[in-house]
Each structure stands twice: as C-alpha cells, then as structure tokens.
Design a protein around this ligand. Structure first.
Ligand SMILES: Cc1cc2nc3c(=O)[nH]c(=O)nc-3n(C[C@H](O)[C@H](O)[C@H](O)COP(=O)(O)O)c2cc1C
Length: 177
C-alpha cells in the first residue's frame, strides 16, 4: 500500500475503464473512506447512491456531455448533500468535497480509476428523477469508477509560489527555510 502522500500525488482523473467488475468489498472500502471525511459538527451531510445497473447507467449517461465516461464505468456513486442534516450550506459543501476526495484517493489506492463528474449537475433534476431522490437531497457530483485502461496520464498544477504568500498577501512564498 502506498503512503497517503504518494497516493495523493499519483491520483489522476481516469476516464476509460476495462470490462473488469468492481467488487462489493471495493465499493464498501470507497464508501467507508467517503464517510470518514471530516464535517462541521460531525454532521456527515452526505448521502451516496451506488449505481451498477446497466439501464440506470445508460439513463444517467443521457444526463451529461460525458456520456462516454459514464457508459464505460462499472460503478457510479452519486453524491448528495442531505439538506435534512445540513447546518451551513458552504461548510457542508466543503465537507462533501472532502468526502469525494477521500473516495477518489481510496480508488487510487485500490488500483481503480475514477473521475469526479461535475458537469452532470446541469441536469440535476433529470438525475434526481432517474435515481428517485427526494427534493431534500442536492446533487453534488457523480463519481465514475472502474478498472483503469492502462496508459500514461499527465496533469499540471500551478507552482506553489504562484498560489502562496508568505505571512501577508502579496509577499511571495519562496519555500526557503
Ligand atoms: C468540481 C469538479 C468537477 C469536475 N467535473 C468533471 C467533469 O464533468 N468531467 C470530467 O471529465 N472531469 C471533471 N473533473 C475532473 C477535472 O477535470 C480534473 O480533476 C482536473 O482536470 C485535474 O486533473 P487530474 O484530476 O487528473 O489531476 C471535475 C473535477 C472537479 C473537482
């Protein structure tokens, strides 16, 4: 197993999957990592819907521009904010983001590939209808998960100096001791 730092740095969004199934044990580990994210007041404002039924996956593929990714996925996890347990919208949304990142990192550690789909929120009402969720749930994201098609993937990030200041805004962080 990799260290947490190795897993964070190795994770890439994976958008192509093989035909291999994702096991219940793997899904349970992913969900466990999702639910162990921190949340304000420990209110755990998330609800997850695990989707593996091929017809439902097809219906959800119709809700997004990224239908190709959705159709290839072996499992989808729809992530919802439960307004019933919410105490502060922004803080709860952040907690959901932490939960999603935990799940993406769990996928990486399990050798699975995953991507966070946000564009699908444009059709949130259609997604909610397919998944028969009550109005009290607000769609935050759908995670597409499967075994990755093996290929090199790269990504870029801004330099730390570009996004970080030293003591006060405007003072460059140089990273020197
Ligand atoms: C809020 C959010 C929404 C995203 N929505 C999509 C999406 O709809 N489709 C997609 O292919 N990737 C989506 N992504 C993945 C990003 O494109 C990806 O994380 C980014 O390009 C950096 O690449 P990396 O994850 O491989 O490092 C989303 C990521 C986040 C955090």
């Amino acid at each position: 197993m990799s260290t947490t730092i190795e897993t964070i740095l190795a994770r890439r969004s994976i958008r192509e999957y093989t035909e291999s199934p994702v096991s219940n044990d793997e899904i349970n580990t992913i969900l466990d990592c999702g639910k162990w994210a921190p949340s304000g007041l420990n209110n755990q404002p998330w609800k997850f819907i695990v989707v593996r039924n091929e017809n439902t996956i097809k219906e959800l593929a119709d809700c997004t521009h990224y239908s190709k990714i959705v159709l290839q996925a072996k499992v989808l996890i729809a992530v919802y904010l439960d307004q019933g347990t919410m105490y502060h919208h922004d803080k709860d949304v952040l907690a959901i983001g932490a939960s999603i990142q935990n799940m993406l990192l769990a996928c990486e550690d399990l050798g699975l590939g995953a991507v966070w789909l946000g564009e699908i929120l444009k059709k949130n009402e259609q997604v909610n209808a397919v998944l028969e969720v009550p109005e009290s749930l607000e769609l935050m994201a759908v995670l597409a998960i499967g075994h990755p098609v093996g290929k090199e993937r790269s990504s870029t990030r801004k330099a730390i100096e570009e996004i970080t200041f030293n003591e006060k805004y405007g003072e460059k962080w140089t990273g020197e001791n």
